[in-house]
Design a protein around this ligand. Structure first.
Ligand code: GLU
Ligand code: ZN
Length: 283
């Protein structure tokens, strides 16, 4: 079965080798008869730099990839609002006016992505006029769906554990951004007909939440493939200042992008870089 896959970069900064690796995996897993999509994830209005989208396209072409581009997230806000409205009508969202500092001070348990929101506002907010984010009532959502599973091409069948992340934010405080990454990406993958979601292991845990949102919103369930992350051999993230130039710098310096792509496919990484195959305890 040919797959529909996607590469979904956020235009917050230039693409680096890790992105190239990710894009190549998504492209190749679509196969010759499949479809490889590019989606610009510019939901983060404050950090988004629209001019980077053109640079991203030039980088992908330089790597020798071909793709179809689907609408960027800033053109899809109405669908995010509609989904949030539906979850709200189902009684599954509640407003939260907590500041970061309040959350940090109140946090009880530490989840895979840091402190888990302790549910302070679940029974009501203290200041109804303060700007509110909308959180998913995780316990209520799980009562609605029951246990869920999902499949990762590398890690195999998974029990969905969205409870590990607690009452995640689905609608941000910032009125210009009517969805969090979790809600936007889940809706977009369904709207784009993505059948195989490929991305780095750093988003493995997010998939638990996405699987739950699919069940709550009646969306089709794709398969997943969370790949290893390119990092410095000592485990540190890639950084430009430590000799990991942006793809655009390599391209403009005249480096051969197709040859770089062939190296990444073959697992030949530049000196000092290696693939991290697990992140924390996942998987
Ligand atoms: N936009 C996300 C990023 O650049 C990727 C999201 C995804 O692949 O689901 O990290
Ligand atoms: Zn709160």
């Amino acid at each position: 079965m040919p797959h529909v896959t996607r590469f979904a970069p956020s235009p917050n900064g230039p693409l680096h080798l890790g992105h190239a690796y990710s894009a190549i995996i998504a492209h190749d897993l679509a196969g010759a008869d499949g479809t490889f999509l590019l989606r610009i994830e510019d939901i983060d209005g404050e950090r988004s730099r629209p001019e980077l989208a053109a640079e991203f396209r030039a980088d992908l072409a330089w790597l020798g990839l071909q793709w179809q581009e689907v609408p960027r997230q800033s053109g899809r806000l109405a669908s995010y609002r509609a989904a949030a409205e539906r979850l709200r009508a189902d009684g599954l969202l509640y407003p939260c006016t907590c500041t970061r500092a309040q959350i940090a001070a109140a946090a009880g348990t530490i989840g895979p992505e840091g402190p888990v929101y302790p549910g302070t506002c679940r029974t009501g907010v203290t200041d109804p006029s303060a700007p509110a984010a909308w959180r998913l009532d995780m316990a209520a959502a799980l009562r609605r769906t029951g246990p869920l599973t999902w499949h990762d091409g590398l890690a195999g069948m998974q029990q969905a554990r969205p409870d590990l992340l607690g009452d995640v934010v689905l609608v941000r405080k910032d009125a210009a951004t009517p969805a969090s990454y979790h809600l936007a990406a889940t809706l977009d993958d369904a709207a784009d007909g993505v059948t195989l979601v490929t991305r780095g292991l750093d988003l493995f845990v997010a998939t638990h939440v996405h699987r739950l949102l699919q069940a709550l919103l009646g969306l089709p369930v794709p398969q997943w493939h969370h790949h290893g992350l390119l990092a410095e051999t000592d485990g540190r993230k890639l950084a430009k200042r430590r000799g990991s130039p942006a793809l655009s710098d390599r391209r403009l310096a005249g480096e051969d992008g197709r040859a770089l792509g062939a190296d990444l496919r073959a697992g030949r990484f530049p000196t000092g870089l290696s693939l991290v195959q697990s992140v924390g305890c996942y998987p």
